[in-house]
Design a protein around this ligand. Sequence first.
Ligand code: HEC
Ligand code: HEC
Ligand code: HEC
Ligand code: HEC
Ligand code: HEC
Length: 232
Amino acid sequence: MAQIFNRSMNPLGRIVILGLPLIFAGTALGLAAFYRSGYATGMNEVIEQPIPFSHQHHVKDLGIDCRYCHNSIETSSYAGIPPTKICMNCHQQIWTGAELLEPVRQSFKLDKPIVWKKVHNLPDYAYFNHSIHIGKGVGCVECHGQVNEMPLVFQSKTLLMEWCVKCHREPDSRLRPREEVFNMTWKPSNKTINPKTGEFYPTDPAELAKLLKQNHGIRDAMTLTSCSMCHR
Ligand code: HEC
Ligand code: HEC
Ligand code: HEC
Ligand code: HEC
Ligand code: HEC
């Protein structure tokens, strides 16, 4: 019987036959990697703002609490971006001549809000709510990273569905005492007093997770990963 392939074609044939699936696999992996990458999700991308407002300076060096500026966070789905008036509480007295702050003074004088660029932005079909996470003891750090070290805020997590769901499946070890939600440097090994009992929380991470899960009334994984929880 005649050979279908000429013998001399074999090496090429082999490359094609063995190589194509590899190329396909490579493309699929590449696409998956792209989908999760900073390019596609905006992760780790530093965003220039109209004023170079530094969280590092205001939070870490000056020790201002998140709630001084993001004051709707405990009661509403939205954290809130501070109006210029809040900046002027201090900057009417401090650095009043600084050129960097000219846009802040202009905004205040003309009563025109500063147009900050959004750093985090979920699509509209995904429902998110700050107050519930804060109330149940999920720290800002879990989702925003070390904001106190950021001269300019960037998105430090993918914010993809798989990221939300991973925590919803087992949030226990990501919980902290409610009083520590705004603390950017808290660790389970810290000696933390429970103001309700006057006793220390356990410093063993597993023991603490179990206690907090119970105290905060965390629902089961099935409920927390059901589609209608986040797509309403
Ligand atoms: C002195 C006021 C002030 C304080 C205190 C402050 N912030 Fe902010 N924050 C701002 C301003 C103004 C913006 C908008 C400009 C920007 O994105 O940097 C902002 C933006 C953010 C953003 C990005 C919002 C977006 O567009 O997605 C996050 C996250 C954030 N702050 C977290 C925190 C956390 C966590 C704390 C406490 C550890 C904190 N902030 C304390 C003023 C403040
Ligand atoms: C609780 C007081 C306080 C508030 C509120 C505050 N600042 Fe400041 N800000 C300071 C101090 C203090 C400095 C530092 C001066 C220095 O470096 O010694 C500063 C410095 C700055 C600088 C100079 C750059 C830097 O980070 O060193 C900018 C820009 C600035 N602030 C913008 C803002 C804006 C915008 C807001 C409102 C969202 C704001 N500040 C709210 C106290 C405050
Ligand atoms: C469970 C995760 C999670 C926690 C915890 C969390 N955030 Fe957010 N934050 C997000 C997401 C997701 C967005 C984007 C929301 C959107 O685009 O609708 C966001 C947006 C923001 C914004 C922009 C304004 C807004 O509400 O959209 C600010 C400011 C902010 N967060 C501050 C904070 C501070 C301060 C804390 C701690 C007190 C905190 N966040 C805790 C996930 C979280
Ligand atoms: C680090 C852990 C963590 C991450 C990340 C996280 N969540 Fe949650 N989420 C929780 C916890 C804990 C609760 C409270 C569970 C309970 O009440 O039983 C919660 C509750 C919720 C609820 C319930 C609100 C209600 O009305 O009952 C929604 C909606 C939600 N999360 C959406 C999201 C979305 C969307 C994301 C991703 C953008 C996200 N979460 C990321 C821990 C997390
Ligand atoms: C804890 C919150 C949460 C739960 C639970 C959840 N989603 Fe999502 N989903 C999100 C967020 C946030 C996004 C937008 C970010 C992204 O594209 O990954 C999203 C995006 C999507 C998208 C479009 C983007 C994509 O991933 O291709 C689909 C489709 C979707 N979800 C379906 C579902 C289904 C079906 C379920 C139930 C099995 C579900 N979701 C449960 C938070 C959630």
